[in-house]
Design a protein. Structure first.
Length: 286
């Protein structure tokens, strides 16, 4: 008889339905500190004698209703993660543990929202677990994130990654507040959004042949049933005929540098290292 199945720290990301069939006498299962994001009740089929379950340290932020229905003997559970969101989507767990006399480990702490960060879930009141206002996303990243200066005809890729909350989560792109649609003939390549491990959603936008009209504000918006949240980056597109000014020499505690200076609209000048990435000459002298 197996009293404990120890599968912690194994970089596990996926568990197939029925993976534990044949282990009906198993009392404890430790799946902590892996990379599991997708969990369903079918995973735990056959574990009718399981008393303790540890799925902490994985990457999910919430749990589907009824996920533990197969665990008829469960008494203690720990599901703390760095993304655990104690909102209305996790509210069912509190009533389920009361009805089934299951104890949530005191190590299961809320990570989000910020008002509940660090609080043991079992001590949180049901009235505190709300889904109101703009959602707090544990992940929302736009690459590039800083202002870009590029030449007409250049290629510029964007990538936006965010928390995947549920089926209502979508990524939308805007340019100067206008919705962006894929148009390969115009050099706008919009990849289909991908959901990773039921936890992250990613979208890629590529400007393959940048036109002057691409200047302005590019925005990645995460659209959810609860509300929208955005990140923006400014793009400046220069004509290929833009001229250079004499180089500027700067000496500081990092060394002796020469910057190519580029004329920009309105008679201003942009220092190559600070204003442009990858297209203006930069040298360091000894």
């Amino acid at each position: 008889m197996n009293a404990l199945e120890d599968l912690r720290n194994n970089f596990i990301s996926t568990i197939k339905p029925g993976a534990f069939l044949g282990l009906s006498e198993l009392k404890r299962l430790d799946l902590s500190n892996n990379r599991i994001g997708c969990l369903t009740s079918s995973i735990f089929q056959g574990l009718s004698s399981l008393i303790r379950l540890n799925i902490s340290g994985n990457i999910f932020s919430s749990l589907q209703t009824g996920i533990f229905d197969e665990l008829l003997s469960l008494k203690v559970i720990d599901f703390a993660t760095e993304y655990l969101t104690c909102d209305c989507n996790l509210l069912w767990v509190l009533s389920w543990t009361k009805n089934r006399s299951v104890q949530i480990s005191d190590k299961t702490l809320c990570a989000y929202p910020s008002t509940l960060h660090g609080k043991p879930l079992r001590n949180v009141r049901e009235s505190q677990m709300r889904c109101e206002g703009v959602p707090e996303l544990h992940t929302h990243q736009l690459i590039p994130s800083l202002r870009q200066v590029v030449f007409q005809g250049d290629r510029l890729p964007f990538q936006c990654t965010a928390t995947y909350l549920d089926n209502s989560t979508h990524i939308l792109w805007y340019h100067n507040r206008a919705l962006v649609q894929g148009d390969e003939l115009s050099g706008i390549i919009l990849q289909e959004s991908l959901v990773h491990d039921c936890t992250f959603i990613t979208s890629e936008l590529i400007l393959s042949n940048i036109h002057i009209s691409a200047s302005g504000e590019w925005e990645c918006t995460i659209s959810t049933a609860q509300g929208n949240i955005s990140k923006k980056v400014e793009i400046v597109v220069l004509e290929t005929s833009a001229s250079y000014c004499p180089a500027e020499r700067v000496t500081n505690n990092r060394g002796d540098f020469r910057y190519g200076l580029l004329e920009v609209g309105g008679g201003g000048r942009g220092r190559g290292r600070e204003r442009h990435r990858g297209h203006l000459p930069l040298s360091q002298t000894s």
